[in-house]
Design a binder for this molecule. Structure first.
Ligand code: SF4
Length: 233
């Protein structure tokens, strides 16, 4: 059943961004949960540290908060294990996994094998964007863990915005946080995180398109002019 979205005008969104620019992330998450209630959904990847911090904040405020993960079928075993550990550790009561409508075999039959090596945008569309649309069906607010310091392309990430692509209000409570602040929060709250982050991986996505040993998001889609899958652009 669709949940009616509270109407936020452009002026209200501007005012919220001014208000939240110096607010702690927990205050922003609390505002989202109180404003949107069951319309809130947290997108989780179980790859990066900031996503884990957001999950901890959201679940502490609303234990039955809807959480979704996009399982492309190409996730590292460490990522899947982090997801399994996080459910009891963070008390995630409503975690849903969304997959592509196409199996790997069907995708290879229709588009050729190793699509990510030829057309990663199409591969991300099939395995991430379309499932993300289904995950947010009936939702009004999408909380995500983007930070401005993660890449040049994320430097202007707003804290609150209208996301026309998925028809929801998008909230990035950690937009203003640094990597150090994120890790301090993870350590202080003993939050589980992906062990690959201790093995030279700075950003973790599908194993086909992720390499260790490089800073920021430069380890994703090497050889392509691409450092976003399209979910956040
Ligand atoms: S990150 Fe790579 S393997 Fe994963 S969906 Fe995108 S192109 Fe495909």
């Amino acid at each position: 059943m669709a949940i009616a979205a509270p109407a936020l005008s452009a002026a209200e969104i501007d005012a919220l961004n001014r208000r939240f620019e110096s607010a702690p992330p927990t205050e922003i998450v609390r505002w989202a949960v109180e404003t949107f209630g069951d319309g809130v959904s947290v997108g989780a990847s179980f790859g990066g540290a900031s996503g884990m911090a957001i999950l901890h904040m959201a679940a502490a405020l609303k234990p039955n908060v809807h959480v979704f993960v996009l399982d492309t079928g190409y996730l590292f075993e460490e990522t899947l294990e982090t997801m399994r550990r996080s459910v009891p550790a963070l008390g995630l009561e409503d975690l849903q996994v969304f997959k592509s409508r196409l199996s790997h075999e069907q995708q290879a039959q229709e588009y050729g094998s190793a699509l990510w090596m030829r057309d990663p945008d199409l591969c991300c569309e099939l395995r991430k964007i379309e499932p993300n649309r289904r995950a947010l069906e009936g939702k009004t607010c999408w909380i995500s863990g983007l930070r401005r310091d993660q890449s040049e392309g994320r430097a202007d990430t707003p804290i609150v915005s209208w996301n026309a692509k998925f028809g929801v209000v998008k909230v990035n409570p950690l937009a203003n946080w640094t990597e150090n602040e994120t890790w301090a929060y993870i350590a202080a709250n003993k939050i589980p995180y992906n062990p690959l982050l201790d093995q030279g991986y700075a950003s973790i996505g599908c194993y086909n398109c992720t390499v260790p040993g490089v800073q920021g998001r430069a380890g994703r889609w090497q050889g392509f002019e691409k450092d976003e899958c399209g979910l956040h652009t």
